[in-house]
Design a protein around this ligand. Structure first.
Ligand code: COA
Ligand code: ZN
Length: 316
C-alpha cells in the first residue's frame, strides 16, 4: 500500500485567517489532540511579526506547552532572520521558510522584494544548519506557484528557478503552494512531474487551497504524478491575509478520507481525527467547510427504512 504523508496546518494557515483570537489553551489542546492522530508533521504556529499576524503572537508559549510526540515533527513558519532565532529557541524540529514566487504577492505578504527575502532566508538556512542543538532541517514554502491573484500567471520556469536556488542551499524539502486556489489538475500534473524530475531527492509537498472547489482534484492529480506529501487544514480552515480572496486549505479529513477509500495509507486514525474536527466549530465560533465530519465515512451505513423489508418480501 502506498504511503502518503500529511502535514496538519490548521493552527497556522487555518487560524491566521480567523477574525477572533483563539486562546492559547485551546491552541495547545488542539495541537496535542492532532499530534495523537498519526500525522507525519504538524505546523504549529509562525514566528512572524505580531502586528502582521496577531493570531499567532503566542507562538513561544504554544511551542513551549505542546506535547512532543515521537514520530510527529513540529514545524513552524519563518519569514526572516528574527523569526528564525525565535523558532530555533523554541526547539522546532523543522523550520518552514516562506517566500512568494510572485513579486507582488511577496511585497504584499512579506513587505520586501523577492531578492531581499531570498537573501534573508539564505542566512536563515545557514543558521538552521549550524544550530547549537544540531542541524535543524529546513523546508521552503513557495507561495503563489500556480498563479498570483494580483499578477496572474506564474510561469512554471519561475517556480523551478526559485526551487532550484533553495535546493542549491541544501534544504530538505520544498512546499509548492497554491495560495489562493488557482491551480487546476492539468497544471498540477505538469508542474508535479517537472518538480519530481528536477528535485526528486527532496521532500516535495503540495499545498492546495479549495477556493474554487478544485482542491481534492488537485490532490488526486498530484498523487497520480508521484507526489506523496500534502499540507491539509482541519475543517478546511485557512487563507493568507495578504492574498485577496484567499479561503480555506484543502480539508485534511476530507482528503485523508478520499485517499483511504482509494487504498492509500496515511498513518492517520481517521475516526479519531473526525472527532477532533467535530469540535472545531466550537473553537473558532462558526461552521467550517469540511464535509466528511458532517456526512460521516462512506463506510458508516444507515439503517434502511422499515418499509424496505416489506418491499423486499413483496418483490422476492
Ligand atoms: N518576529 C517578531 N517580530 C518581528 C519579526 C519576527 N519574525 N520580524 C519583524 N518583526 C517586528 C519588528 O521588530 C518590528 O516591530 P516594531 O514595529 O515594534 O519595531 C516590526 O515587526 C516591523 O519590522 P520590519 O523588519 O520592518 O518588518 P516588516 O514590516 O518589513 O515585516 C515581516 C516583515 C515578514 C516580519 C512581516 O511582514 C510579517 O510577519 N508578515 C507575516 C507574513 C505571514 O505570516 N503571512 C501569512 C503566511 S504566508
Ligand atoms: Zn496556504
Amino acid at each position: 500500500m502506498q504511503r502518503i504523508y500529511f502535514n496538519e496546518v490548521v493552527t497556522r494557515d487555518g487560524f491566521q485567517n480567523e477574525p477572533a483570537f483563539v486562546p492559547t489553551d485551546a491552541k495547545v489542546a488542539l495541537i496535542d489532540e492532532l499530534s495523537a492522530c498519526g500525522y507525519a508533521k504538524v505546523e504549529v504556529t509562525s514566528f512572524t511579526s505580531a502586528k502582521a499576524i496577531p493570531m499567532l503572537r503566542d507562538a513561544e508559549e504554544v511551542m513551549g506547552r505542546i506535547r512532543r510526540v515521537p514520530g510527529v515533527e513540529t514545524t513552524v513558519l519563518v519569514p526572516n532572520v528574527r523569526g528564525a532565532g525565535r523558532a530555533l529557541e523554541s526547539r522546532a524540529d523543522e523550520l518552514n521558510l516562506v517566500m512568494s514566487t510572485s513579486e507582488t504577492h511577496n511585497l504584499a505578504n512579506l513587505r520586501m522584494p523577492r531578492e531581499k527575502s531570498f537573501a534573508g532566508l539564505r542566512e536563515v538556512i545557514a543558521m538552521a544548519h549550524a544550530a547549537h542543538s544540531g542541524r535543524v532541517p529546513v523546508n521552503v514554502s513557495l507561495s503563489a506557484c500556480f498563479g498570483c491573484p494580483m499578477e496572474g500567471d506564474v510561469p512554471a520556469d519561475e517556480v523551478l528557478r526559485w526551487a532550484g536556488r533553495f535546493a542549491d542551499l541544501g534544504v530538505r524539502g520544498l512546499t509548492i503552494c497554491d495560495t489562493t486556489g488557482m491551480a487546476h489538475p492539468a497544471q498540477v500534473s505538469r508542474l508535479a512531474r517537472l518538480l519530481r524530475n528536477r528535485f526528486g531527492s527532496l521532500q516535495l509537498t503540495l499545498h492546495f487551497h479549495n477556493t474554487r472547489g478544485m482542491g481534492l482534484a488537485n490532490v488526486l492529480a498530484s498523487v497520480q504524478a508521484g507526489i506523496d506529501r500534502f499540507d491539509g487544514s482541519l475543517g478546511g480552515l485557512g487563507g493568507c491575509p495578504y492574498a485577496p480572496g484567499a479561503t480555506g486549505n484543502i480539508c485534511s479529513e476530507d482528503a485523508i478520507h478520499m485517499l483511504h477509500a482509494m487504498g492509500f495509507e496515511t498513518g492517520i486514525d481517521l475516526p479519531r481525527l473526525l472527532a477532533v474536527a467535530r469540535r472545531l466549530p466550537e473553537i473558532v465560533g462558526h461552521d467550517v467547510p469540511g464535509q466528511v465530519a458532517k456526512a460521516g465515512l462512506i463506510t458508516d451505513l444507515h439503517p434502511a427504512p422499515s418499509y424496505v423489508a416489506e418491499l423486499r418480501s413483496q418483490f422476492s
